[in-house]
Design a binder for this molecule. Structure first.
Ligand code: UDP
Length: 469
């Protein structure tokens, strides 16, 4: 009987949810003592994720979903940064989550099940106090990377010397341990340039240090420098590199148009190997019309085949194509394809794909590394600028378009910049392409039996559940 229970508290955002559910699957596959209960919070104004989580979870044996009741009143959007808003929403959910955990604990162990630990998504760190109230060890699941964790370790340290918010236009560099190079301020997550985002990020950094351990969706081969740093820092919680944790079966997302999906795959089937550039800017990536125009021109000029996941900020009256420059679709007819929400994993897995223009969300990066597809970096929001810096400067695993672009800045990336980056990306002899292939092989090895990430999951299980008697 599966009698060791872990309670997971994910953030209900698609990329966070997918990786934490997939991690639940790995744990259950790897150890027949484990069962998992997932507490599902709701965020107002987000796409309906529940059916998605439900269909995913129903495919997992021994996973139970419990709905956290919706907040009667969500904190208004009065914060400057997304981070501060999320922090406020999570804090408001604390009493609701505490009640559910208390209920679970009071029904155990009469049914023979023992709750062994809490696994919190990193945005849910404000809930870490519940763990000590109920005497459970708290672990953090980080769907971002180990480089981001070194920043989280650095922030409280820096704040003890200097409490001022970071300057957006500063040319300064930060000596963050775990990065081989000094980190330019310009690539820090956007929230750190706002007072409230800076304050909650420092608090999150402090809370990370209170966890029993941090599970990071990365592997030692992908991020050797930050992982070695944590390995030699006994004062910090254990850091487990358990990735890449990816939903390779890619459960259909509610925004996916299944008819279009079939057309896209059929079209890719007809293209030569490694000939198509894929452009996609993440779950929130919507482009302004001036950017759409530049991208369209860049694609026209570069001459390569392309597949563009195209969503815009403008209301389109149901026809987003109306925002494309006149004549564009005709001029690229036969070599270009446009879709809305893309079946990204299936696309990256397709042999026709030769490169990826990406917003550098960490999950997208892991997916492209997994399938050996090199990236052009076009960060947009969250910690994507830091990811782009890491991929280009630290790891040599991507072609630089931009490292410090921010979607809210309104800045325009010009067609010729995109054209140059795509041409460089698609060169057959590009060294980045070779390196990405090597990392792809290592990443796949890491999650196999006996690989470093699989061993790290085993170590986590031993630490939280204990050895088999
Ligand atoms: N995704 C997708 N189709 C899209 C946009 C995104 O399948 O059109 C998926 C993508 O494969 C990844 C996730 O959504 O699994 C995005 O996660 P990431 O961390 O890259 O970025 P975020 O959306 O959190 O900014």
């Amino acid at each position: 009987m599966r009698s060791a229970e872990l309670i997971f508290i994910p953030t209900p955002l698609v990329s966070h949810l997918v990786s934490i559910l997939e991690f639940a699957r790995r744990l259950i596959d790897q150890d027949d003592r484990i069962r998992i209960t997932i507490l599902l919070m709701k965020l107002q104004g987000q796409a309906p994720l529940d059916p998605y989580a439900r269909s995913f979870a129903s495919s997992l044996p021994c996973v139970q979903l419990i709905d956290v009741p919706e907040l009667e009143e969500e904190p208004g959007l009065v914060t400057q940064s997304v981070e501060a808003h999320m922090y406020a929403v999570i804090e408001k959910n604390i009493p609701l989550v505490r009640n559910i955990i208390m209920d679970i604990l009071s029904s155990r162990p009469s049914d023979g099940i023992q709750v062994k630990g809490l696994v919190l998504d990193f945005f849910c760190l404000p809930m870490i106090g519940i763990a000590s109230e109920v005497s459970l060890p708290p672990y953090v699941f980080l769907s971002a990377n180990a480089g981001f964790l070194t920043l989280m370790q650095y922030l409280p340290e820096r704040n003890r010397k200097d409490t001022s918010v970071f300057e957006r236009n500063s040319e300064e560099w930060l000596p963050i341990q775990g990065f081989a190079n000094p980190v330019p301020l310009k690539v820090l997550p956007s929230g750190l340039f706002w007072q409230d985002g800076y304050d909650v990020s420092v608090k999150l950094g402090e809370l990370f240090a209170k966890a029993e351990g941090v599970l990071v969706n990365t592997s030692i081969d992908i991020e050797p420098s930050p992982m070695n740093h944590f390995l030699h820092d006994p004062g910090y919680p254990s850091v487990y590199a358990i990735g890449p944790i990816l939903d390779l079966k890619a459960h259909p997302h509610p925004d996916l148009d299944l008819v279009r999906r079939a057309e896209v795959i059929e079209w890719l089937d007809r293209q030569p190997e490694a000939s198509v550039v894929f452009l996609c800017f993440g779950s929130l990536g919507r482009l302004s019309s001036p950017l759409v125009k530049e991208i369209a021109q860049g694609l026209e000029k570069c001459g390569h085949r392309f597949l563009w996941s195209f969503r815009t900020q403008q209301p389109t009256n149901g026809d987003p194509d109306s925002l494309l420059p006149e004549g564009f679709l005709d001029s690229v007819s036969g070599r270009g394809m446009i879709c809305g929400w893309a079946p990204q994993v299936e696309i990256l897995a397709h042999k026709a794909i030769g490169g990826f223009v990406s917003h550098c969300g960490w999950t997208s990066i892991l997916e492209s590394l997994w399938f050996g597809v090199p990236i052009v970096t076009w960060p947009m929001y969250a910690e994507q600028q830091l990811n782009a810096f890491m991929m280009v400067k630290e790891l040599g695993l991507a072609v630089e378009l931009r490292l410090d672009y921010r979607v809210r800045s309104g800045e325009i990336v010009m067609a010729n910049e995109l054209e140059t980056a795509i041409r460089c990306l698609m060169e057959k002899s590009n060294v980045v392409r070779e390196k990405v292939k090597e990392i792809s092989a290592l990443a796949r090895k890491a999650v196999m039996n006996g690989g470093s990430s699989s061993v790290a999951i085993e170590k986590f299980i031993q630490d939280v559940v204990g050895s088999r008697s």
